[in-house]
Write a protein that binds this ligand. Structure first.
Ligand SMILES: [Mn+2]
Length: 424
């Protein structure tokens, strides 16, 4: 399904007078507002192909109807999201859940929605039906070289798909680890992983990157072979300049200071980018900003400060992607909420008075440092994001637009009520 531009315009017109009043007011409060709007406009967040269907837990799955039945329909859903918010101009594929059978026609199809392909994701955390050897005891770290080779070959196959689609990065998350003490020799496990990653690294095209994700536990509950940013960074450093560390917000133990990790990885030039989500307890995959929007703001504050310190372009230097799974929400609405939350945190971070914060830090003025940060966090920036969307032809309020245009009802009519998307 493809949205007609005038459908969005028609709804925007109903709210335009109120919006303009609000925008005029905030324009008087914020210096250099055009520069801020340009940055908001340029900032896009990749949608993963596995987030367009209703997610499941290990207890059940409750499909919402009208879910995409194939890759084309997933691309078309991302196209809808992008038409509404003008902030989601790329899609990230997971192989083998979404194999592009004919890559050039898939690429052309995506281009019709102004979409391109971001990082490709490999999967060695589950066995596929046609697979020769099992990943029950891991993949790239496995004690058996034949299993490692199978996993290496899979990653190279994923790179090849990515090359055909115009992707520029391979994203690797391993579930490798152990469930019980004594099960693994940690050193050999790390060395095997490094050796396997090196074999994949050598196959990367010149202009490609490899992003190494970490996670402290689950599905293994005693050790994980790439458990934290230190282990990921150690691997990335040994691999070379094309390798860096990917931060998934849900992949930390409770209380971890993620913003500090981000700051130091950026300083070292080893931050690949993000998998955005939110969590209350563990890898909960909740909507971005739904639990702890202040933490998200603090992360963006470090990102903006750290990228500006080394002259990195905010929009294109790092990978920005959502990695979440939704049990009870409409997946498209959920993704619109997540993108909005990311843009809010980013915009608030742009509005931090950096000079004043730096002075407060230099003077050990702890109270003023907190005042400065929280002053930016408390600004309602939604009107700025709406203005950027409006200027780009998107909706003033994407979720309201999705509902008023009855887009889910139309998708159910087109695809049926009992559809289940491939993926999580
Ligand atoms: Mn992730």
């Amino acid at each position: 399904m493809k949205l007609q531009g005038n459908e969005i315009d028609r709804l925007n017109q109903r709210q335009i007078v109120k919006h303009k009043q609000q925008f005029e007011y905030i324009s008087t409060q914020i210096p250099d507002i055009e520069n801020i709007l340009n940055k908001i406009s340029a900032f896009n967040i990749t949608i993963p192909s596995w987030a367009l269907g209703t997610g499941s837990t290990r207890f059940g799955r409750f499909s919402g109807g009208g879910e995409p039945r194939n890759l084309e329909e997933k691309i078309s859903d991302v196209g809808l999201i992008h038409a509404l918010n003008k902030s989601s101009n790329s899609i990230s594929l997971h192989i083998p859940w979404d194999i592009p059978e004919n890559a050039s026609s898939i690429k052309d199809f995506a281009a019709q929605f102004d979409l391109h392909f971001d990082a490709v994701n490999s999967n060695t955390f589950q066995d596929q039906s046609n697979q020769k050897l099992s990943y029950k005891y891991g993949s790239l770290h496995h004690v058996d070289i034949a299993v490692r080779q199978q996993a290496i070959d899979h990653n190279i196959e994923v790179i090849n798909y990515g090359v055909q689609l115009g992707s520029k990065a391979l994203s690797v998350w391993l579930s490798d680890g152990s469930n019980f003490p004594g099960q693994l020799n940690f050193r050999r496990s790390f060395e095997n992983t490094l050796d396997s990653l090196q074999k994949i690294y050598y196959q990367l095209p010149d202009d490609w990157k490899i992003w190494i994700e970490y996670k402290p536990y689950e599905p293994n509950f005693y050790s994980t072979t790439i458990a934290d940013w230190g282990q990921s960074h150690l691997l990335a450093s040994k691999l070379g300049p094309k390798a860096s560390t990917l931060v998934d917000l849900g992949h930390h133990l409770q209380g971890t200071n993620i913003e500090q990790i981000v700051s130091l990885l950026l300083m070292e030039g080893k931050l690949a980018g993000f998998h955005f989500n939110d969590s209350k307890y563990g890898d909960d995959d909740l909507t971005v900003g739904s639990i702890n929007p202040y933490q998200l703001f603090l992360i963006f504050n470090e990102l903006v400060e750290g990228m500006d310190a080394v002259g990195l372009d905010h929009a294109n230097s790092l990978g920005w992607m959502i990695d979440a799974s939704h049990n009870v929400k409409d997946p498209i609405e959920d993704l619109l909420q997540s993108v909005q939350a990311i843009k809010i945190a980013y915009t608030q971070a742009l509005l931090v008075n950096k000079q004043a914060l730096n002075e407060a830090q230099q003077n050990n003025d702890v109270v003023m440092a907190q005042e400065i940060l929280q002053a930016a966090f408390r600004i309602d920036v939604s009107v700025l994001i709406a203005e950027a969307s409006l200027r780009n032809g998107g909706a003033l309020n994407p979720i309201e637009c999705f509902r008023k245009l009855r887009l889910r009802e139309n998708l159910i009519k087109e695809r049926g009520i009992n559809t289940i998307a491939t993926g999580l």
